[in-house]
Design a protein around this ligand. Structure first.
Ligand code: PMP
Length: 410
């Protein structure tokens, strides 16, 4: 293995473990990533020493925890090029961020007879909240279809979005197809009709450069745990004018200015949307997590990762297709190293279970995208999702192991 990749892997302790006596080959990164040392150390340090509730007390521990929490907000702002700190709302994850918009934005702006347009490659988190909002408002939910090769039919946005469309909710990168969608183009088309745009960036934040001002999206949602941060953290980026017009999502401590029984006034952004004690340790972990994400695309680490990723992308699709009856999904356009497939005559969960015994962690089933499974006429798929710390060697081991597993299952 390349010496630089070895260094990267050493920085992520979970990767060097064995499962069932075999070296772990972790290929379920789209579900959650493994954490680098600096994230683990920050979380341990806060839990063992700097545990004080944020924004509340005058004492040292609270001040230190608040400082780390707010520094992480600034780190996120910088990472996605948001104009101000107030544009960054901490949530418990991408799901919570999308639900915040579906509840609060839709309460304010979505009326009877309006519509919301969503992408056909969406995760359930970017389907169900809009369904609930549309049902409440008496609005219509429309879907941009995906073609046979997994390409989102962006040209259809023009006919689906009309003057009554309030919001277009799209996936930056699908968790099933691994295709990078052209967000700039979608945003332009939606804005031309007066609709706002939310981007589900749960996978995008990991594999693409995110510049929210360049994309000109109105909202961008992601989870911390997929981008090397602690579980229970997430971010909603929103444009200030919209966030200011939206009512609070939850009421409680720290989101208020003054409270009387007659009337409450709300705290300014971003705290208006952060009621209650946030998961401040997880949120603070986003600072070292994003430092790690940046290191993976910079300097000699960046060059080594890019080369290895290109080698995996060049090798694995053909190696997988050598297996008779295997169908690979999401084959068009710009791809991240994420490979979803089904194999004729084999159940996806059986494949995943047998790979597990060989030390390989993959995902199987519907992958929280049941409508997409229906689109391709399958009940489930197997997904191998690579992170920058994965290697070509692991891809070769996956392909070889899969050949053995399929033989045994048939
Ligand atoms: N959207 C996409 C594209 C995802 O991949 C996921 C996680 N699989 C989510 C949303 C939801 O993320 P979370 O469960 O962390 O809220």
């Amino acid at each position: 293995m390349n010496k630089i990749l070895e260094d990267i892997r050493t920085a992520v302790p979970a990767l060097s473990q064995q499962v069932y006596g075999k070296p772990l080959v972790y290929l379920d990164n789209a579900a959650t990533s493994q954490k680098p040392v600096q994230v683990i150390e920050l979380v341990n340090m806060m839990n063992s020493g700097l545990n004080g509730n944020v924004h509340r007390a005058m004492h040292y521990l609270s001040e230190q925890a608040t400082m780390l929490y707010e520094q992480a907000r600034e780190r996120v702002r910088q990472h996605i090029n948001a104009p101000e700190r107030e544009n960054i709302i901490f949530t418990s994850g991408a799901t919570a961020a999308i639900n915040l918009v579906a509840s609060s934005f839709c309460y304010r702006f979505l009326k009877n007879g309006d519509s919301v347009v969503i992408a056909g490659d969406s995760h359930h988190s970017n389907i169900v909240p809009w369904q609930i909002a549309c049902e409440r408002a008496g609005a219509k939910l429309k879907v941009v279809p995906v073609d046979e090769n997994g390409r989102l039919e962006i040209e259809r946005v023009d006919s689906l979005v009309d003057a009554r469309t309030r919001l277009v909710a799209v996936t930056h990168i699908s968790n099933v197809l691994g295709i990078v969608n052209d967000i700039g183009q979608i945003t332009e088309m939606a804005h031309a009709r007066g609709a706002k745009v939310l981007v589900d960036g749960a996978q995008g934040i990991v594999h693409a450069k995110v510049d929210v001002q360049d994309m000109d999206c109105d909202f961008y949602a992601f989870s911390g745990h997929k981008v090397y941060g602690e579980t229970g953290s997430g971010v909603l980026y929103g444009k200030s004018d919209l966030l200011n017009q939206m009512p609070p999502y939850m009421g409680g401590g720290e989101m208020v200015e003054t409270v009387t029984y007659e009337k409450t006034t709300y705290a300014p952004l971003p705290l208006k949307f952060e009621a209650g004690t946030p998961n401040f340790i997880a949120a603070a972990s986003l600072a070292p997590a994003l430092d790690f994400a940046d290191a993976l695309v910079s300097g000699e680490w960046g060059r080594a990762v890019k080369e290895e990723e290109a080698a995996i992308l060049a090798y694995l699709p053909d190696a997988l297709r050598e297996i008779e009856g295997l169908t690979l999904y999401g084959t068009s356009g710009k791809k991240i190293p994420l490979f979803s497939f089904s194999v004729d005559g084999c159940n996806s969960s059986d494949i995943a279970q047998m790979l597990d015994k060989l030390g390989i962690a993959v995902r199987s089933g519907q992958m929280c995208s049941e409508p997409l499974m229906n689109r391709y006429g399958v009940t489930g798929m197997v997904r191998a999702s690579f992170a920058p710390y994965n290697t070509l060697e692991e891809a070769v081991y996956l392909a070889d192991s899969l050949k053995r597993v399929v033989k045994m299952l048939r």
